[in-house]
Design a protein around this ligand. Structure first.
Ligand code: ADP
Ligand code: MG
Length: 230
């Protein structure tokens, strides 16, 4: 519980900072991208490698800023009663090509007749995409991702996403959700931060269980208490 409180304080502060920084950086970035494009023919002829580095680093800045903006200013949200399994099915379909590429198989178990959940479907989808992408990325040699959705006593919906990847060292678990914490060469370290934030907006929680060399389980709980409607 304490850990969650700490995270939410941190998220608020980051959100405020993000709004300012992202906007300030975006305009000069657009100018840079434009001019670099204009210079393409001349730079490419002599310094093709530099050009590639510049454009790929610019693209990386772009993705960091975009994720920051999502965090600072969630798009217009529309909470509604939704079938969570449907959102998950769409997510799995969306990520299937990437899974095939990594030789990853999905196993899904959806409880029958699950109650609808009061949620922001696009935001929840974003969380599912982040978690499943992470799961795929830690299994470069393939494996299985097991996704289950159940209800507990009609009070909670529990969504679990389990992978057979590298796992997370015990001392690193507390770093999950910290801005820019990434172990990937091309990572932003923002996906989990955004995900924690979204689940919090659903009055839910997200837990992680992990064992190195065995895999990781992310477990999201969302209350079905309709009194919590926003
Ligand atoms: P990114 O994917 O850009 O690195 P995330 O916020 O999505 O940023 O994840 C942060 C870090 O948490 C990852 O770099 C990785 O080290 C760790 N992580 C997240 N999900 C998993 C997972 N399923 N298995 C192992 N490590 C994970
Ligand atoms: Mg990620």
């Amino acid at each position: 519980m304490q850990e969650q409180l700490r995270k939410s304080d941190r998220l608020n502060l980051i959100g405020e900072l993000a709004a300012g920084i992202a906007h300030e950086i975006r305009n000069p970035m657009t100018a840079l991208k434009g001019f670099i494009q204009l210079l393409e023919p001349s730079i490419k002829a002599q310094h093709s490698m530099y050009y590639d580095v510049i454009t790929s680093e610019l693209a990386r800045m772009d993705s960091i800023i975009n994720e920051f903006l999502i965090l600072a200013k969630p798009q217009e949200t529309k909470f509604q009663e939704k079938d969570i399994c449907q959102i998950m099915r769409e997510t799995v379909e969306l990520l299937s090509p990437q899974a095939v590429l990594y030789n990853v198989q999905f196993h899904t178990h959806y409880e029958d007749q699950l109650p609808y959940v009061y949620c922001e479907p696009n935001q929840l989808k974003k969380v599912f995409i982040n978690l499943i992408k992470n799961a795929i990325e830690v299994m470069p040699n393939g494996g299985e991702i097991t996704i289950a959705i159940n209800s507990i006593k009609d009070q909670y919906i529990v969504i679990s996403i389990r992978d057979e990847g590298t796992g997370i060292p015990k001392d690193k678990i507390k770093k999950l959700g910290e801005p820019f914490y990434t172990t990937k060469e091309k990572g932003t370290g923002l996906g989990l931060m955004v995900s924690y934030r979204i689940i919090e907006e659903h009055n839910g929680s997200m837990e992680v269980e992990s064992e190195e060399g065995i895999g990781t389980l992310f477990k999201i709980r969302i209350p079905l208490n309709h009194l919590t409607k926003k």
